[in-house]
Design a protein around this ligand. Structure first.
Ligand code: GAR
Length: 196
C-alpha cells in the first residue's frame, strides 16, 4: 500500500474525494498546507490524518520547498499529490520527487495552463473543457498527462458554473488515477507517462 501525502492550499474538495477513495491501494499519511485555516485541514483532521502547516510568507521558494521536502520524507511519503496547491514548486523539489509527484488541473492540458482557466475558456467560446491529471515537471502545468475528463461548456456558463462542472469530474478522475499510480501501472519514463 502506497503512503501518500497531499498538498493543499484551500477548501480541499479533491482531498476529500481522495480520502473517500483510499483503501487497499493507498493510504493518506499527511496533508500539508501552505495556508493556515485552509478548509482542507479540517477535512483531514476529521478523517484522522496528520496535518502540517508551512507558512510561506517571508521565505524563499527554495527554503519553503526544503522545509516541505523534509517533512514529507520524515513522514515516509512515497507519492505526493497536489490537490488545489496554489504555489509554484522549485525545480529542485520537483526533480527530487520526479515520477512521484502529480497534480490535477482544471483544463484540458496542454490548453489553458496557469490561473483564471474558466474565465479564459469562456472568453474563447470553447465547446469543451475538463480536468487533467499529470505528472509534475519543472515547467508549470506542462508534465505528461495521465488522464483527462471532458465536460461541455454551455453558452450561459459563468466561471463559477463551469468550475463546478469541472470539479464534479475531478472528484471522480483523481481517485481513479491515484489508484493506478499506487499500483505502479503508470510511471514517468523519459518524460512520458508510460502505462503497463
Ligand atoms: C481544483 O479545481 C483544482 O483543479 C484547482 O484548484 C481547485 C481546488 O479545489 N487546481 C489548480 O488550479 C492548480 N493549478 P479543491 O481545494 O476543492 O480541491
Amino acid at each position: 500500500m502506497k503512503q501518500v501525502a497531499v498538498l493543499i492550499s484551500g477548501r480541499g474538495s479533491n482531498l476529500q474525494s481522495l480520502i473517500d477513495a483510499a483503501g487497499d491501494s493507498y493510504r493518506i499519511i499527511l496533508v500539508v498546507s501552505n495556508v493556515e485555516g485552509a478548509g482542507g485541514l479540517d477535512k483531514a483532521r476529521a478523517a484522522g490524518i496528520a496535518t502540517t502547516v508551512i507558512p510561506h510568507a517571508g521565505k524563499t521558494r527554495e527554503a519553503f520547498d526544503g522545509e516541505m521536502d523534509a517533512r514529507l520524507r520524515a513522514a515516509g511519503a512515497e507519492l505526493v499529490v497536489l490537490a488545489g496547491f496554489m504555489r509554484i514548486l522549485s525545480d529542485v523539489f520537483v526533480r527530487g520527487w520526479e515520477g512521484k509527484l502529480i497534480n490535477i488541473h482544471p483544463s484540458l492540458l496542454p490548453a489553458y495552463k496557469g490561473t483564471k482557466v474558466h474565465e479564459r475558456v469562456i472568453e474563447a467560446r470553447e465547446a469543451l473543457s475538463g480536468a487533467s491529471v499529470h505528472f509534475v515537471v519543472p515547467e508549470l502545468d506542462a508534465g505528461p498527462v495521465i488522464a483527462q475528463a471532458k465536460v461541455p461548456v454551455h453558452p450561459s456558463d459563468t466561471p463559477q458554473t463551469l468550475a463546478d462542472r469541472v470539479l464534479a469530474v475531478e472528484h471522480k478522475l483523481y481517485p481513479e488515477e491515484r489508484k493506478l499510480l499506487a499500483s505502479d501501472k503508470v510511471n514517468l519514463e523519459n518524460g512520458l507517462a508510460v502505462f503497463r
